[in-house]
Unconditional design. Structure first.
Length: 293
């Protein structure tokens, strides 16, 4: 039997969630509307995506606004307040810090916070998928969808910030052999991580981007379509931005095309599950791609 809670139950945490949501939103708005154009004046690496890749933040913000509103309803309260609990404000605070230090070009510090953000999103992702199967369309759209998308996107941020913290500046330093190798491996894992988590454990941790896309596609019978799309989106943006050297440019294209295979696989899985009358987004415990944990 579903519980019937009042909108005021857990009110303190609900208010905190509202406050930190606007803190989180404001930190990202600053990077876009601030005095410097961070997407053009920051450090240019050999995996830096085109600026339009960061438009995905707008979709995440919009979906999380729905999450904040949904927490005042009974179904949302059970997942957001009782399930996710204080992890959501923790995520918002960590993300706000990450965005601000990244915008100020403190890339080593930003990398540390990118890992913390990724770990927190991973924990929320796991809790939501494992213990809170969607019971309604609202659960799908305002809880499962935003955190699937967020989880995929933070994988991109970890890789990008790592290259900004420790890699060459593409504007002034030519890509050496090792730079090309690490960029290739990053793109590879970015795309292939759509494979089952059990299989991904056999892949060295340096293979991070192509492998992420594959893991999401096989994370359950229907895959994780939103996270797969986030990865594919970033790979196409990297291809669009990286013109030289040609090796990285064409490698990004190859992996971007491959990532679309995982997106199609996940989309077909979603379609089949909807045809059977099941819910869209789910996750098996054994297959959870615990990136950042």
């Amino acid at each position: 039997m579903p519980s019937h809670s009042s909108w005021s139950d857990g009110l303190f945490l609900k208010v905190i969630n509202v406050i930190v949501y606007f803190l989180f939103l404001g930190s990202n708005v600053y990077t876009v509307a601030g005095p410097t154009d961070i997407y053009y004046t920051g450090k240019d690496t050999y995996v830096t995506p085109a600026p339009w890749a960061f438009l995905i933040w707008s979709l995440i913000h919009l979906l999380l606004l729905g999450t904040i509103i949904y927490q005042f309803f009974d179904g949302g309260k059970q997942v957001v307040i009782d399930g996710i609990s204080w992890r959501l404000p923790l995520l918002a605070v960590l993300n706000a810090i990450y965005v601000n230090v990244w915008a100020r070009h403190y890339y080593v510090v930003a990398f540390v916070f990118a890992l913390l953000v990724s770990s927190t999103v991973t924990h929320i992702y796991y809790v939501v998928k494992k213990y809170h199967e969607p019971q309604s369309v609202a659960d799908e759209i305002f809880v499962h969808l935003p955190f699937s998308l967020y989880h995929g996107w933070t994988t991109v941020l970890v890789i990008l910030t790592a290259f900004e913290a420790f890699g060459n500046n593409a504007a002034v330093q030519p890509a050496g052999v090792w730079t090309k190798v690490f960029a290739f491996l990053a793109l590879f894992v970015h795309s292939v991580r759509h494979l089952r988590f059990a299989s991904a454990n056999l892949v060295p941790s340096s293979f991070f981007l192509e492998a992420t896309a594959a893991t999401y596609a096989f994370s359950s019978s229907e895959g994780d379509l939103p996270a797969s799309i986030a990865i594919a989106w970033s790979l196409w943006a990297i291809f669009a931005r990286q013109r030289h050297p040609a090796f990285i440019h064409w490698s990004a294209l190859a992996f971007a095309i491959l990532s679309l295979v995982w997106v199609v696989k996940a989309a077909l899985g979603v379609g089949l599950k909807l045809h059977r009358g099941g819910r869209v987004i789910s996750l098996d415990e054994e297959r959870a791609p615990l990136i950042g944990s």
